[in-house]
Design a protein around this ligand. Structure first.
Ligand code: TRP
Length: 459
């Protein structure tokens, strides 16, 4: 029987064929523009290496903890995010957490789709030969700006992305795209390693590398922590019950801890390697002036054509790269759209087609101001619409969601039940004390601290 995740099994609910299948599917949701577009942007805006270190700490202590919490809740209840709360604590306002997750996923998708659209646009730009010869910094920066402020081009690209995502979800062929991605993602990984090697061997790569890897701790403050934690949640698809849903299909025999570990590891590697490509290339490109540099939302789109032009066979290479980036982005958009769609199917009894189509139309319309905010319409540009959406939904709401998951697990479900669940498939849960401390104390306190900082900052 096909389940809504496209996993076939003889039982009524289904399970992943193997632990590897889960790791690939969860990594498919995790790895995407969060790693390759948003991570370098955060590094550039938040002090370079100090952000990278803070990010790694956040992934290890907080991201991993929440990921394991979500997977454990999912496997125990075998439910979706709304159903989990209903099963463990029926008829309480906890259901609302599931509801905010739906709103957040829709809002994230609206601007994520715009950026995925840029990737699609760049794929066509490369095919049509927009980047020929040695690409200079000025030319590349200008190409992005001209593209991003052309409303027709960005609308069309957004439309294509939302259209493909709606198609995949409405046909229930999510499993199909995951199989496809499983073949292609290792290729993306190899390509990134190759480009990283090229970037570090550029003459004058050191300046960029030291910006990226040599921390200046005097630049650390709570704002850096806030964005690092937010980036960890965003990149690992946490706080919205996505890993919870994926976890609900894991077999009781599988080891949740090592599965979570593998997803964290692969996701983090893609982000780190992307930084190794971006920063040496950026600093080594003639015409780039670090002093007068204002970080653009399109950073990765400005830098990748440059490094691609510096490898033999760059044209084919670039085409393959942007195609794979697009596939990585689509596996993430699909996981985001599944959240509202499964809600409308389960709770409102809509058909899958209707739910996907209506959600898609809404997301497209909501994406318009973001699409226009990179130079299209002065009103949205001045306001930084996309940046605001990302701050509210991509950082704050994910942190709030993760906090609720901590509180629910610790105070309602209880840690001892979680340990019992984790121990199935992992009888000697060695990381037990580390995880218990993190879920009870460290993660909630860190999240509360960054949220208080934010409220103070706004007031
Ligand atoms: N993690 C994905 C990325 O890095 C984006 C994403 C997919 C996401 N599903 C999510 C982010 C759920 C937050 C919540 O590109």
């Amino acid at each position: 029987m096909e389940t809504k995740n496209g996993i076939s099994s003889a039982s009524s609910r289904g399970a992943w064929g193997s632990k590897i299948a889960f790791i690939f599917a969860a990594s498919g949701s995790a790895i995407g523009l969060g790693n390759m577009w948003r991570f370098p942007l955060n590094v550039a805006k938040n002090g370079g290496a100090v952000f990278v270190i803070t990010y790694l700490v956040a992934v290890f202590f907080i991201g991993f903890t929440i990921m394991l919490a979500e997977m454990t809740l999912g496997r125990h209840t075998q439910k979706n995010p709304v159903g989990v709360f209903e099963t463990i604590k029926p008829r309480t306002p906890w259901k609302l957490v599931g509801f905010t997750a739906i709103v957040t996923c829709v809002c994230i998708l609206s601007y994520y789709g715009v950026v995925a659209g840029w990737a699609a646009g760049y794929f066509f730009k490369i095919i049509t030969g927009s980047f020929k010869g040695d690409v200079t910094w000025e030319a590349s920066a200008e190409t992005f700006l001209q593209f991003a402020k052309n409303p027709m081009a960005v609308f069309l690209c957004l439309f294509v992305i939302v259209g493909i995502t709606v198609f995949v979800i409405s046909k229930g062929v999510k499993g199909g795209i995951e199989k496809f991605a499983k073949l292609l993602m290792p290729l993306l990984f190899i390509l990134i390693i190759f480009l990283a090697v090229r970037a570090v061997t550029l003459p004058a790569a050191e300046t960029g590398l030291s910006f990226y890897l040599k921390p200046d701790f005097s630049k650390f403050d709570i704002e850096v922590l806030f964005f690092a934690v937010g980036q960890a949640f965003f990149s690992m698809s946490l706080g919205m019950g996505i890993l919870l849903t994926y976890g609900s299909y894991i077999s009781k025999r599988d080891n949740l801890v090592s599965s979570a570990g593998w997803v964290c590891f692969s996701d983090t590697m893609v982000a780190l390697l992307t930084g190794i490509i971006i920063f040496p290339t950026l600093f080594a490109t003639p015409g780039f002036d670090p002093k007068g540099f204002e970080v653009s939302t399109g950073l990765m789109f400005q830098v990748f054509p440059i490094i691609i032009s510096k490898v033999p066979g760059g044209f084919v290479f670039g085409m393959i790269f942007f195609f794979l980036l697009l596939v990585a982005a689509l596996t993430s958009t699909v996981s985001l759209l599944e959240v509202p769609v499964s809600y409308f199917i389960d709770e409102k009894k809509w058909s899958r087609k209707k739910a996907a189509l209506l959600a898609g139309i809404f997301i497209f319309l909501l994406g318009i101001p973001s699409a226009l905010s990179e130079g299209g319409v002065p009103l949205f540009t001045k306001w930084g619409f996309m940046g605001k959406m990302d701050l509210i939904f991509g950082n704050i709401m994910l942190a709030v969601g993760a906090l609720f998951i901590c509180i629910f697990l610790v105070y309602i479900w209880k840690v001892k039940n979680a340990i019992k669940e984790i121990s199935q498939g992992n009888p000697r849960f060695k990381l037990g004390p580390f995880w218990v401390f993190n879920i009870k104390v460290l993660a909630p306190l860190a999240i509360i601290a960054i949220l208080i900082f934010l409220i103070k900052d706004i007031l």
